[in-house]
Design a protein around this ligand. Sequence first.
Ligand code: 13P
Length: 278
Amino acid sequence: MPLVSGHDVIQHCTARGLVAGAFNTTNIETTMGIIDAVEKVGVPTFIQVAPTNVKLSGYEYVYDMVARRLADTTVPVALHLDHGKSLAAVEAALAADFTSIMIDASEEPLAENTAISATARRMCGASIALEAELGSIGGKEDDVAPEFASTTDPAQVSDFAAAVGCDMLAVSVGNVHGYAPNARIDFDLLERVRAASSVPLVIHGGSGLPEEQLGRLADFGVVKVNVASDLRNAMIRSFGEAYAANPNENSLIRVSLDAVAAISEVVERRIRMLNPSL
Ligand code: 13P
């Protein structure tokens, strides 16, 4: 099936009471692992890439790779720009036909965040879903960490979401990018954020959160949960184990396909954790 808009993934998931995983890709192995799992589980999903990760290939290449792998699938998948930190990144992803966009101006003061995100809204038009961020999520996304982290202020949520017109809002409620052993969702804060607006919420930093917390997010207006580190770690570990088992291994295809299977297992597990009713 062709790529669908982020709107479609949100609608499908909302209608079925599901939370969409949003899995970061970098390369063909990761893309295959994600799509294999999504096809098996049948839950609409976002595949996403951040500007830091298109260094290997470029937006057009990522689009072609994902669209080609999806050709024989039946589950709605959107291709999303993760952490578009500039309007130039938004422009590049839109030019490559991405179907969902995140603008992340969350480190700017509120007025600038609102203005930049509203500009991204105009650039996306009505057909492309837009995610914005309010409150700055801490931890490292790849090697990039924000200069400061701050939690989302529930008092700002309604006005921000209305002024931007975003379709999804990424919030900072105890979640942290990367493997942060003490990362925990503050459900009291999440509940206050949810009560402030009906905008569907996004939780970043899915790799470090405990299973019990992931399984509760659907009840708090969360529609999308980002997972990246787990997939990267699965691939690096799989290659590392192959090398440790045989330093003379030279079947790159076998080792790569083992990595695809390892990534797929992680993705499937995360989708099931997010949706315990499956
Ligand atoms: P993790 O690396 O903690 O899964 O976070 C990924 C993420 O939020 C990407 O935006």
